[in-house]
Design a protein around this ligand. Structure first.
Ligand code: ADP
Ligand code: MG
Length: 535
């Protein structure tokens, strides 16, 4: 039996941790870093690259360098958010047979879970090298606000990487676990219950969770967020400003030059980081383009005030989510004992300031925002591995699970913020005489109309007995498991006929696809191990 690790599979950066002598510890990767860029590439010589090597060649190879793949997990190609994203990404997306959004790399379509699996496989190899032992399982974290499809895709990624996914846990909850385990909680008025707000703003996602930490239990009261809001959006505001300015001055659209886009992105991220400690920063990109007069340079200075002005609405929208989470928990900002900041974008002073103002207290900075999630995942992994249980974890489902009625309305089945695992039963009937089957659509979201929610999938109940409309009674049971994944089963109450149904998420991978991906990733892992032995 191999080891079980905790993995923070981030949009921008990933990391892996393990419990050592009762203390969760981040594992340093082959390059000596504590986080690994979530970037995968195929080089011009056809070599697959992951992490820092992939990121370092991005400028020269933008079309075959994939970052932010987390945004694509479990998404349809036509989803409005993906349509918008497609315009910004320097690599191409393609529509898979099942309408899922896939990536084109080295002219081949490849599923987002397979790309994520390459990152997981890398973390697994690093952990194995460090532990000198086989790693067979993992607890993988996801944004609390991930829906069923996104969670399923993450599970697939684990499987493709050859990892038994012991549990999917929410990132802010993992951070709360790390916090609850650490000295911070213990030192504050010894085991007084605390209500902690975990504010997690990473590169691509935002989550807010309100967590009740007791002596023996960590209970999530409410969660809210946006899986398409993060540091990348802060970068985009600067990028747009620079690109627009450049176009006005030189009549050249830098967005149409993929290598320029990547260079601007790198320089802007650096400037953004500088603005967390400095009052102004400069972007200086010589020879970014050329026109008939010769090479053109991009040189711009941006002040912190200007940057805060450009991104103020992004910060405010995170606070609106905080209000919704508090409302759902029936709490006011004053009820929060501690505010925990997680995710690299919380290093921005304006974020710290506004979050502090919102909750009326200085947010806690003692815990490393880049590592808290992986550390919490390692704690959960150890617990599931049989380590002495420290605190029981009770999490919630982030979005309302509903089904669609015949008028297109969303009928709530399991309301958001219900503790999981959970199950709910609803009763269905026919709307026409002698109707033999009923279609059940399953949705997630808060929209009143079915079409305003995400369609997770559906199933058809066949073999209903011949009867007048409204007479048959069909009992449908929905479950949400501890990973936040939805299952359903149905029963004809009159005949007792059971109908085991799987919620067919429209863009799930088939078993065969998972096996094929697994083979490819295994081959890549092997190559990588051989390469390390040579080095
Ligand atoms: P994820 O969880 O999405 O992988 P991280 O928590 O690693 O992301 O956060 C990455 C984001 O944080 C990026 O947008 C990055 O630019 C931003 N970031 C990192 N350091 C700083 C800093 N010093 N100031 C401002 N933003 C930062
Ligand atoms: Mg993160």
């Amino acid at each position: 039996m191999g080891r079980v690790v905790g993995i923070d599979l981030g949009t921008t950066n990933s990391s892996v941790a393990i419990l050592e002598g009762g203390t969760p510890t981040v594992i340093v990767n082959a390059e000596g870093h504590r986080t690994t860029p979530s970037v995968v590439a195929v080089s011009s010589s056809g070599e697959r690259l992951v992490g820092i090597q992939a990121r370092n060649q991005a400028i020269l190879n933008p079309g075959n360098t994939v970052y932010s793949v987390k945004h694509l997990m479990g998404q349809r190609y036509d989803d409005p958010k993906i349509v918008k994203l497609r315009e910004k990404l320097p690599y191409s997306l393609v529509r898979a047979d099942n309408d899922a959004a896939w990536v084109e790399m080295a002219s081949k379509p490849i599923s987002p879970p397979e790309i994520a699996a390459m990152i997981l496989a890398r973390l697994k190899t690093d952990a194995e090298a460090y532990l000198n032992d086989e790693v067979t399982g993992a607890v993988i974290t996801v944004p609390a606000y991930f829906d069923d499809g996104q969670r399923n895709a993450t599970k697939d990624a684990g499987e493709i990487a050859g990892l038994q996914v012991e549990r999917i846990i929410n990132e802010p909850t993992a951070a709360a676990l790390a916090y609850g385990h650490g000295d911070h909680a213990a030192s504050s008025a010894s085991d007084q219950p605390q209500i902690v707000a975990v504010y997690d703003l990473g590169g691509g996602t935002f989550d807010i969770s309100i967590v009740d930490i007791h002596a023996d239990m960590i209970e999530v009261l409410a969660t809210n967020g946006d899986t398409f809001l993060g540091g990348d959006d802060f970068d985009d505001r600067i990028i747009s400003k620079l690109v627009d300015g450049f176009r006005a001055e030189h009549s050249v659209n830098l967005r149409e030059i993929p290598s320029a886009v990547q260079r601007i992105k790198d320089a802007v991220v650096q400037a953004k980081h500088d603005l967390s400690t400095l009052k102004s920063a400069t972007v200086n990109l010589p020879f970014i383009a050329a026109d008939i007069s010769g090479p053109l340079n991009l040189l711009a200075t941006i002040s912190r005030d200007e940057f805060e002005e450009l991104t103020g609405d992004l910060v405010e929208s995170t606070l609106a989510a905080c209000t919704r989470a508090l409302d759902d928990a029936q709490l006011a900002p004053e009820d929060i004992t501690r505010v925990l900041l997680v995710g690299g974008q919380t290093r921005m002073p304006a974020v710290q300031r506004r979050v502090g103002e919102f909750f009326g207290q200085e947010p806690l900075r003692g815990i490393n925002p880049d590592e808290a999630v992986a550390l919490g995942a390692a704690l959960q992994a150890a617990t599931l591995d049989g380590e002495e249980l420290q605190k029981v974890l009770v999490d919630v489902t982030p979005m309302t699970l509903s089904s669609e009625d015949y008028q297109g309305r969303a009928i709530s089945i399991i309301p958001r913020n219900t503790a999981i695992p959970t199950s709910a039963t609803s009763y269905w009937s026919t709307v026409a005489d002698f109707q033999r089957s009923v279609d059940v659509n399953i949705l997630q979201g808060e929209g009143e109309l079915a079409k305003d929610n995400k369609l997770l999938g559906g199933f058809t109940l066949d073999g209903i007995r011949l009867a007048k409309k409204g007479e048959p009674t069909i009992e449908v049971t929905f479950d949400i498991d501890a990973d936040g994944i939805v299952h359903a089963s149905a029963r004809d109450v009159d005949t007792g006929a059971e109908n085991k149904v799987t919620v067919n998420t429209n863009n799930d991978l088939s078993m065969q696809q998972i096996d094929e991906s697994r083979e490819r990733v295994e081959r890549f892992e092997l190559q990588e191990r051989e390469q390390r032995e040579i080095d």
